[in-house]
Design a protein around this ligand. Structure first.
Ligand code: SF4
Length: 374
């Protein structure tokens, strides 16, 4: 039997100079571990399977991958030939022309720049290190080397209004970028931002304002040739992130590094979220897996629905085996009828997708659908 291949490789780079106030990703300032980490990632790849040598897409995410030297990326890319899209996430303060040029020479062809905001106040509230000037300079430098550039923004931060948020997009679009990710600020309990908000140091904008920012941002980007293809992602057609689309379509992907997740056929696993433990396990020749889960039958259908609905094209209910069940729910379930009437979901032949408002409140809509269908 032919072994299924992986479509994507993700490498988690867990280093950050210091923690941003809102961040709950696995990352830290343990920069002295860069060397053992680098060795361990290469070793993990060989433990996972020496035959794993071809990945159509590679994504270095973090943390702060731009803290690593070009030799790190080269040591991995030279082992996994045959890629069409190689993305490196960059923090603006690291965007040096020479480094970017070196990366482009070793096969990196896409940069995802963590701009987050052009407002000094918002950057400070979020605890980002860069200034608005760093952001402008980084965009100019990155766009002078790469022609496939994505920028990330955070919306819903304290003090944001529709007007000042759209100014961010206007500034970004004055550069030749072709992809934008808009992430709603999520305030996680264990973060310093949560504490400051609880103490009343800042106030988040009203939910209605956040919704308005999202809708206006969608219109703004669409009027300028960007198509929304996922809840948070917009691209000039042809510049969608192939790598991330593979996640949402539940293609096989391999994650290397501490806390990296993987999916293969119907198995999901996640590595230990501790760099020391990760390095030690890999050095002993052990797999650094911390948890794994097999998705079968109903659970697999559920997962396909949850992931597929993130894409604006939605899911083909027939393909995921939910056609009959949805038809029945459409006739009998007041919840499903309500979701359609309110424009939260749309159905066209066998294709189910979230409506514009549904994309904004996707978690609630998807959990209502799950409750009805399963
Ligand atoms: S740079 Fe990114 S990963 Fe690092 S602390 Fe800030 S938000 Fe988190």
């Amino acid at each position: 039997m032919r072994r299924e291949t992986f479509k994507s490789l993700y490498v988690h780079v867990p280093f950050c100079r210091e923690k941003c106030r809102y961040c709950d990703f696995y990352s830290g300032s343990f920069l002295e571990l860069k060397h053992p980490y680098r060795k361990a990632v290469i070793r993990e790849l060989s433990i996972r399977g020496p035959e794993l040598s071809q990945f159509p897409t590679v994504y270095f995410g973090g943390g702060t991958p731009s803290l690593m030297e070009p030799a790190f990326f080269e040591s991995i890319l030279s082992k996994v030939g045959q890629f069409s899209e190689v993305t490196v996430e960059f923090n603006p303060e690291d965007a040096e022309k020479e480094k970017l040029r070196e990366l482009s020479l070793i096969g990196v062809n896409r940069i995802s720049l963590g701009i987050q905001s052009f407002s000094e106040e918002t950057l400070k509230t979020l605890g980002r290190r860069q200034t608005p000037e760093d952001n402008l300079k980084a965009l100019e430098t990155v766009c002078s080397v790469f022609s496939n550039v994505s920028v990330d923004f955070i919306y819903g931060a304290p003090g944001q209004t529709v007007e000042n948020f759209l100014k961010n997009l206007e500034t970004a679009l004055s550069f030749p970028i072709n992809h934008v990710s808009l992430y709603a600020l999520t305030v996680y309990e264990e973060t310093p931002l949560f504490k400051e908000l609880s103490e009343g140091k800042f106030r988040l904008p009203e939910e209605e304002t956040v919704y308005e920012i999202y809708l206006e941002a969608i219109s703004f980007l669409e009027e300028r040739g960007f198509r929304q293809y996922e809840i948070s992602n917009f691209a000039v057609p042809g510049f969608e992130s192939k790598h991330n689309v593979n996640y949402w379509k539940l293609e096989n992907y391999l994650g290397l590094g501490p806390s990296a997740a993987s999916f293969y056929v119907n198995k999901y696993w996640k590595n230990v979220s501790n760099i020391k433990e990760y390095v030690e396990k890999v050095e002993r020749g052990e797999l650094p897996t911390q948890e794994e889960e097999i998705f079968e039958g109903e659970d697999l259908k559920k997962l396909k629905l949850i992931m597929g609905l993130r894409l604006t094209e939605g899911v083909n209910l027939k393909e995921i085996g939910l056609e009959e069940r949805f038809k029945e729910a459409l006739e009998k379930s007041e919840i499903v009828k309500g979701l359609i009437e309110e424009g939260l979901i749309e159905i066209e032949k066998n294709r189910l997708r979230l409506g514009k408002k549904g994309l904004f409140v996707s978690n609630s809509v998807i959990s209502q659908l799950i409750n009805v269908l399963f």
